[in-house]
Design a binder for this molecule. Structure first.
Ligand code: AMP
Ligand code: GLY
Length: 428
C-alpha cells in the first residue's frame, strides 16, 4: 500500500524507518520529511499544517494510509481532514487530540473519571490566579493551557517568581493563545516515566516504557528543551507500577474519552510521576514522543504498519504487541546554544558510518541538504536539535556505552550533547 507520514523530525524518521521495512508498504511519502527521511521516503514540500494541500496530494497520489505524527497538526484537525475524505488515517481527531492540546481539559477529564493526578485549579482571569497563589505553598506549578512547544510549564520556587510567571503566561501572552487559561497544580516529587500506548478507541496496548531528559545541561541543569535524549525501558517502571497504571490510567482514560464522545485512536502518551503515594499522571500527549519514539520504535518486534492499521480499523484486540528484551539509548546531538540561539548550516560528517550497522541508528531531527560549490550535495544542520543517535544493547548500561561510542562517528561544527543520558540507571 501507499503510505504517507506527516511530519519531518526525528520521531517521524524513526516511524519512517519502521514503516519502510514493513512488507505492507510499497511506497512511502513524507510531508515535509527531512534529509534522513528522504533515504526512505519521497519527501514532498508541504507544511504539516496545510490540510487542504496534504489531502489534495494524498488523493492525487492514491495514498492508502496516512500517519499524522506531530502535535500541532493533530490539534488543528489535520487527521480529520483526511478521515473526512475517506482516507484511512493513524492519529486522533481534533476532538480527541484535545487531551494534549488543553491541559484544563485533561485535568478535568482526570478528575471526572478518577484518573490519578495532581490536585489543581484552572483560571481564565490573571487576578484570580494571582490571588489563589497567596493561599497555597511553594513550589508552584503553572501550566499554560494550550500547546507551547513543551515549554508551557513553569515550576516556581517562590511567590515572586510565580507571580511573574502568571503575568508572562496570561498577560504578556508569552505562549500566545495557549495562555488564555492557566492551570495551577499541586507540586509532586518522584521519578518520571513515559508510557506510550497504541489505542483504537476501545482497546489500549501499552508499549515498553521510556524516559526523556528535558533539561539542556548535564545533571538536569539549564533550560528545558524538546528533549536531549531518552532511554528505554525505565528500570523504575516495575511490574507493580505497570499493573497500577493498567488498572487506573490507560484503559480508564480511553474509556473516559469514548464516554465523552471523543474516541481516541492513535498513540496516547502518558507522562507519569512515580510519587510516594503511587503513580500520578503528569500529562497526556496525543502522539509519539520525540525523542521517545527513537528508543521505543527500534525495540518493537511487530510490523508497525499492521499495528497502526489495527488502531485505525478498531481491531487492536487482535494484536499481540511485543518488544525485544533489550534496551535502547538515544543521545541527541544539538547545536551549541540550543534552546536559545544557535547557528545552522554546518556540514555533517560521518552519517554513512551508520549504514548497515545493526543496532545503531541515526535519526534526523533538524537537517537538510545543501549544495557545495562543486555541485555536490551534503547534509547540513538545520535546527537546534540536529540528530538523535540511538543504540541498542543487552541492557541499559551496554546501550548507553554503545550510543555514546556511536556519537563519536558524527561530526559537525558546534556539536553539543549531554553526557549523562540514561545515567539514572547507574544509581540502582
Ligand atoms: P508536562 O508538560 O505537564 O509534562 O510538564 C513538564 C515537566 O514539568 C514534567 O516533565 C515535570 O518534570 C514537571 N512537572 C509537571 N507537573 C508537575 C507537578 N505537578 N509537580 C512537579 N513537577 C511537575
Ligand atoms: N519528549 C517529550 C515529548 O515529545 O513531548
Amino acid at each position: 500500500m501507499k503510505i504517507m507520514i506527516v511530519g519531518g523530525g526525528g520521531r517521524e524518521h524513526a516511524i519512517a524507518w519502521a514503516v519502510a521495512k514493513s512488507p505492507l508498504c510499497d511506497k512511502l511519502y513524507a510531508a515535509p520529511g527531512n534529509a534522513g527521511i528522504s533515504e526512505l521516503a519521497e519527501c514532498v514540500d508541504i507544511s504539516v499544517m496545510d490540510a487542504p494541500k496534504l489531502v489534495e496530494f494524498a488523493k492525487a497520489n492514491e495514498v492508502d494510509f496516512v500517519i499524522v505524527a506531530p502535535d500541532d497538526p493533530l490539534a488543528a484537525g489535520v487527521a480529520d481532514a483526511f478521515l473526512d475524505e475517506g482516507i484511512k488515517t493513524f492519529g486522533p481527531r481534533k476532538n480527541a487530540a484535545i487531551i494534549e492540546a488543553s491541559k484544563a481539559f485533561s485535568k478535568d477529564l482526570m478528575k471526572k473519571y478518577d484518573i490519578p493526578s495532581a490536585a489543581y485549579e484552572t483560571f481564565d482571569d490573571a487576578d484570580k490566579a494571582l490571588a489563589y497563589l497567596e493561599t497555597i505553598k511553594p513550589p508552584y506549578v503553572l501550566k499554560a493551557d494550550g500547546l507551547a512547544l513543551g515549554k508551557g510549564v513553569l515550576i516556581c520556587q517562590n511567590l515572586e517568581e510565580a507571580k511573574d510567571g502568571i503575568k508572562e503566561i496570561m498577560i504578556d501572552k508569552k505562549f500566545g493563545d495557549a495562555g488564555d487559561k492557566l492551570v495551577i497544580e499541586e507540586f509532586m516529587t518522584g521519578r518520571e516515566v513515559s508510557v506510550l500506548c497504541f489505542s483504537d478507541g476501545k482497546t489500549i496496548l501499552p508499549m515498553t516504557s521510556a524516559q526523556d531528559h528535558k533539561r539542556a545541561g548535564d545533571g538536569d541543569t539549564g533550560l528545558n528543551t524538546g528533549g536531549m535524549g531518552t532511554f528505554s525501558p525505565s528500570p523504575f517502571y516495575t511490574d507493580e507500577v505497570a499493573k497500577f497504571c493498567e488498572e487506573n490510567v490507560y484503559q480508564r482514560t480511553i474509556d473516559a474519552m469514548a464516554a465523552e464522545g471523543r474516541e481516541f485512536k492513535g498513540v496516547l502518551f502518558c507522562g507519569l510521576m512515580l510519587t510516594e503515594n503511587g503513580p500520578r499522571v503528569l500529562e497526556f500527549n496525543a502522539r509519539f514522543g520525540d525523542p521517545e519514539a527513537q528508543v521505543v520504535i527500534p525495540r518493537l518486534k511487530n510490523d508497525i504498519v499492521e499495528v497502526m492499521l489495527a488502531c485505525a480499523d478498531g481491531t487492536l484486540d487482535k494484536i499481540n504487541l511485543e518488544f525485544e528484551d533489550n534496551a535502547a539509548v538515544c543521545v541527541m546531538l544539538a547545536s551549541d546554544g540550543y534552546p536559545v540561539s544557535y547557528k545552522k548550516g554546518f556540514e555533517i560528517r560521518g552519517l554513512d558510518s551508520f549504514k548497515n550497522k545493526d543496532g545503531y541508528y541515526v535519526f534526523h531531527s533538524g537537517t537538510k541538504f545543501a549544495e557545495k560549490e562543486d555541485g555536490s550535495k551534503v547534509v547540513v544542520t538545520n535546527g537546534g536539535r540536529v540528530l538523535g543517535v540511538t543504540a541498542l544493547g543487552k541492557d541499559l548500561i551496554e546501550a548507553r556505552a554503545n550510543a555514546y561510542k556511536a556519537t563519536e562517528l558524527i561530526d559537525f561544527d558546534n556539536k553539543y550533547m549531554r553526557h549523562d543520558i540514561g545515567k539514572a540507571i547507574d544509581e540502582q
